[in-house]
Ligand binder design. Sequence first.
Ligand SMILES: Cc1ncc(C[n+]2csc(CCOP(=O)(O)OP(=O)(O)O)c2C)c(N)n1
Ligand SMILES: [Mg+2]
Length: 577
Amino acid sequence: MSVTAAKSIDTSEAERELTDGFNLMIDALKLNDLTTIYGVPGIPITDFGRMAQAAGIRVISFRHEQNAGNAASIAGYLTKKPGVCLTVSAPGFLNGLTALAHATTNCFPMILISGSSEREIVDLQQGDYEEMDQLAIAKPLCKAAFRVLHAADIGIGLARAIRAAVSGRPGGVYLDLPAKLFGQVMDAEAGKKSLVKVIDAAPAQIPAPSAVKRALDVLKSAKRPLIILGKGAAYAQADDVIKSFVEKSGVPFLPMSMAKGLLPDLHPQCAGAARSTVLKDADVVMLIGARLNWLLSHGKGKSWGDAPKKFIQIDIEPKEMDSNVEIVAPVVGDIGSCVSALLEGMGSNWTAAPADWMSTVAKKRDENVAKMAPRLMNNNSPMDYHGALGVLRTIIKERPDAILVNEGANTLDLARGVIDMYQPRKRIDVGTWGVMGIGMGYCIAAAIETGKPVLAVEGDSAFGFSGMEVETICRYKLPVCIVIFNNDGIYRGTDVNSVSTDPAPTVFVKGSRYDKMMEAFGGVGVLATSPDELKRAVNAAMDSGKPTLINAVIDPAAGSESGRIGNLNPQSVLKKK
Ligand SMILES: Cc1ncc(C[n+]2csc(CCOP(=O)(O)OP(=O)(O)O)c2C)c(N)n1
Ligand SMILES: [Mg+2]
């Protein structure tokens, strides 16, 4: 053996016996089946991304961290595994933080991993590159926050992050990795042993039998019961047991936005199109994975009518009970276990809900559906919301496994009402905060995590918050069709500033050609001015799977202020003088 050959064997053996922070983090992620990272590269995590990709992890590189974070959060929702977002220090971290807080608010499991600057410099505030005490800033905005200082603790650090993200009520977790950690070297064998494979990350939480009995007693006593399904119920992936329970109960159900499709919107018990009737007239309301927050008017006030109500609530978080009104039958546990226990407790001779109530609800629903039908068939040009949405509604009916991403104001509220969903977890939208900017991040993660085609229905303002990611969609060649409802502005494109030449705050450049943006990156751009053109373009995009952006021209006068929630705008009394 030549001297050179012997030397190279020596070196490789020495290398084999050592590992470092880069490799331990990659091994820890893979050990726990976290095989996709959504992020933006830069100091100190550029090489980490490269090495992760080389080790078989899918690294999806974005144009802005907020979109990567939103992608990670919805990946968590769709898979029940924490979505991973990777960012650089200070500004990158802050960009990702909005998404982390959003994940926590929406109960989506997510881990934001940020590189950070050196502790000793940060803590003395000596002005390091991108200096920031990230851990302290993240803490109040997420479910848990951890920092790893020693390579030997990477395994434990990630295990803690995974458990915190998915157990109990899921949420966002921050994991702080200072730059020096990545290069820290340790014995490879000891490193391997330090890794932790998380066993049963989200243990079942079984409800107390007495709570289940209490809930069934209340439900049994109801004359006009209602079940409200929230996105917690959709997240649980307990679809069959929820369906069996709802059907056996004979109770009308109302799906919250992201729970649409958990049972099909055309199910005979669906009360989606009779929302105001069921909220007002129900006497017993069972909440399954839905919170009584602003989206349900806090369970009180005008929209809930005068009829006295009893609430049953099923939620994994005990603190959720009595958050807004008294809950007479709290059932605390994971949704799958709770609904299974309820179903079992019903026994074999459960009396279904009174038929006259179900027929009252069905009558109201059918009336409302019939009232809307002609509006959905109009072929006006420029389009109004209903004409455009009528087309998209048919497309989703014909392609029920496509994922629908939806954000905007009118574009959101009207699409939610018009587009029926047929399968669980196919509708993903602005969630608890009603936040703009989830669009392109959600499209990317939905395509990557599910392999299904994605249809995004976006207000022109909403799209702008994440629009640069169309390049990412083209780069990864994702089967995403984006339809922009282009009404020249926020809510409407008709506002005028009467005192100067500046445009009014809610309007954009008139006749903007968003479709050209897509062409700039090699995607397909289409201008659609009528429902017929829109239909053809969307079908072509969904058939081809090619990244497509359709600029759907909507009458600028068609929308209303803030869509369906204009009542939340504070009013100036002075203005009315
Ligand atoms: C992060 C964030 N910033 C601002 C808002 C306020 N906001 C609510 S809806 C909306 C845009 C509505 O316009 P568009 O998306 O064009 O929908 P349209 O009503 O015109 O169909 C904005 C800016 C928000 N919800 N989230
Ligand atoms: Mg608009």
